[in-house]
Ligand binder design. Structure first.
Ligand code: HEC
Length: 102
């Protein structure tokens, strides 16, 4: 019985700690410009994943894009990319891995 309880608790805790990245990006407004697989104002996440698949340092590259407000073009006008709000490095890592695995 104790073992069973332990298994259930471990199961629950891993479930609550894994963040729902897609939901998070929706809340953060990323889907205003990006979609999963269709070109909107920005390349879809699937395309971004593909383009970065064989790039060295792709994780660092995407992290930089999400934290340093690089210049972008949206519908013909110059803007800065949004900076993603995360509470720690782990969250940022999860998001970058989610993007790279689309
Ligand atoms: C105002 C529109 C807009 C919003 C909102 C937006 N993006 Fe982007 N994003 C772009 C555009 C445009 C590009 C393409 C930039 C380029 O290729 O020069 C881009 C590029 C990217 C890239 C590729 C960067 C690279 O290094 O090649 C990633 C990853 C990304 N966005 C993630 C996100 C995430 C995550 C969010 C939400 C926090 C977000 N974007 C919100 C417009 C937007």
């Amino acid at each position: 019985m104790k073992t069973l309880l332990f298994v259930i608790l471990v199961g629950l805790s891993t479930q609550t700690s894994a963040m729902d990245v897609e939901q998070y990006l929706r809340k953060s407004g990323c889907f205003r410009c990006h979609s999963l697989d269709k070109q909107k104002y920005a390349p879809p996440f699937k395309k971004i994943a593909k383009e970065h698949a064989s790039m060295m340092d792709n994780i660092a590259h995407i992290k930089k894009s999400l934290t340093t407000r690089p210049p972008i073009q949206v519908d013909g006008s110059d803007e800065d990319h949004v900076e993603i709000k995360v509470k720690d490095e782990n969250e940022l890592n999860e998001i970058v891995h989610w993007i790279l695995n689309r």
